[in-house]
Design a protein around this ligand. Structure first.
Ligand code: KIV
Ligand code: ZN
Length: 390
């Protein structure tokens, strides 16, 4: 990667349909997966991990059909480190104009204990399986699962083997969400410095959110040289989830001044995808979720509402339209002030004179004390009462 524009471009790898779907209870139907994949493709996601083809016939068919329908994105299928899995992944993704095989094995001592492979035996397995994948497909991603708890010497050794066997992307998973930003950056920097051939491939970061640091860890890895972020819509994923696509993409957009890396994402599609994934997975988005939560662009307190009405930048660091929302949401409650009430009433078609506004405002405050949120219909009813008492 020598060209500067290439160096500043971060690839977005979406795994909502694979790691996201692994969330207990988040199973999606074949048609729902195809619909989400089409939306991801249109949004500009560089790589869609469409599923784990060996896992079931349904997974295989979904990956195959996504590979057939997608126009722009690379379509990737996951496989464990054995030829049967890899062949099955290839059978599914080969229908794409841009197929990728992703193969992985757990490299940390805990995982080596489970597979009962010595370091040398595992190194040999990695060589064989990456070579096998590369003989089928010229776009191969390899992941040392639990990389952040793997001994550094061993990690360097196996990454080098995978590169020599033909891997074109090396993904460094923080499988259990254990790392922290500085460590995440140091690990990528160490691999880039120490592993021969590291400058020929793309390093990816794959973070889980067990300690709530997935977004910070992914961005730290990018600052250290990773050029692919693995993420999911709404941060869906096993346990506390994966890095949220909307968070890393908007962080890179809003703080481009200090993180000058570009993605190819059309951010105006974010909200539509968030709603779609929430609906089909059955996992609602928490109200205060960054970027896509119901309250992310909502303001209730009088000071905030007044500020936002005068200049949105006072309390908003991004525009609602940037993520595909039509407008800032002024939530009317007991903390709201006169300026917000005037603006809200105007939105509802009533341009109030000062004396009318004063009257409706008194009624509104009395109601807001009894009710958590005052809805548009409540306000219209207050308007009618005020007009009737005149
Ligand atoms: O978290 C993880 O380690 C994974 C791998 C399969 C890449 O999802
Ligand atoms: Zn994962």
């Amino acid at each position: 990667m020598t060209d500067t524009s290439e160096q500043d471009r971060v690839l977005i790898f979406d795994t909502t349909l694979r790691d996201g779907e692994q969330s207990p209870g988040a199973t999606m139907t074949h048609d729902e997966k195809l619909e989400i994949a089409a939306m991801l493709d249109e949004m500009g996601v560089d790589i869609i991990e469409a599923g784990f083809p060996i896992a079931s016939e349904g997974d295989f068919e979904a990956v195959r059909d996504i590979a057939r329908q997608s126009r722009n994105s690379v379509i990737c299928g996951l496989s464990r480190a054995n030829p049967k899995d890899i062949d099955r992944a290839w059978e599914a993704v080969k229908h794409s104009a841009r197929p990728r095989i992703h193969t992985f094995i757990g490299t940390s001592p805990l995982h080596r204990d489970i597979t009962k492979l010595t370091q040398d035996e595992m190194a040999e397995r990695i060589h064989e399986t990456v070579t096998h994948a590369r003989n089928l497909c010229d776009n191969v991603q390899w992941s040392p699962m639990d990389a952040t708890r793997t001994e550094h010497d061993y990690l360097c050794r196996v990454v080098e083997i995978a590169i020599k066997a033909g891997a074109t992307t090396i993904n460094i998973p923080d499988t259990v969400g254990y790392t922290a930003p500085r460590e995440s950056a140091d690990l990528i920097r160490m691999l880039i410095e120490k592993v021969p051939g590291a400058d020929e491939i793309v390093f990816a970061t794959h973070c889980h959110n067990d300690l709530g640091m997935a977004t910070a860890n992914a961005l730290a890895a990018v600052e250290a040289g990773a050029r692919q972020i693995e993420c999911t819509i709404n941060g869906l994923g096993e346990r506390a989830g994966n890095t949220a696509l909307e968070e890393v993409v908007m962080a890179l957009k809003v703080r481009h001044d200090i993180m000058p890396y570009d993605t190819g994402i059309d951010t105006t599609k974010i909200m539509g995808l968030s709603r779609k994934v929430a609906a089909v997975s059955g996992f609602p988005v928490q109200y205060n979720k960054a970027i896509v939560g119901k309250n992310a662009f909502a303001h209730e307190s009088g000071i905030h509402q007044d500020g936002v009405l005068k200049n949105a930048e006072t309390f908003e660091i991004m525009k609602p339209e940037d993520i595909g929302l039509s407008a800032t949401n002024l939530v009317m409650g007991k903390h709201s002030g006169r300026a917000a009430l005037r603006a809200k009433m105007k939105e509802l078609g009533h341009d109030l004179a000062d004396n009318q506004l004063n009257d409706v405002f008194v009624r509104f405050k009395a109601l807001a004390d009894r009710k958590k949120e005052v809805y548009d219909d409540d306000l219209l009813a207050l308007m009618r009462d005020s007009a009737a008492d005149e």
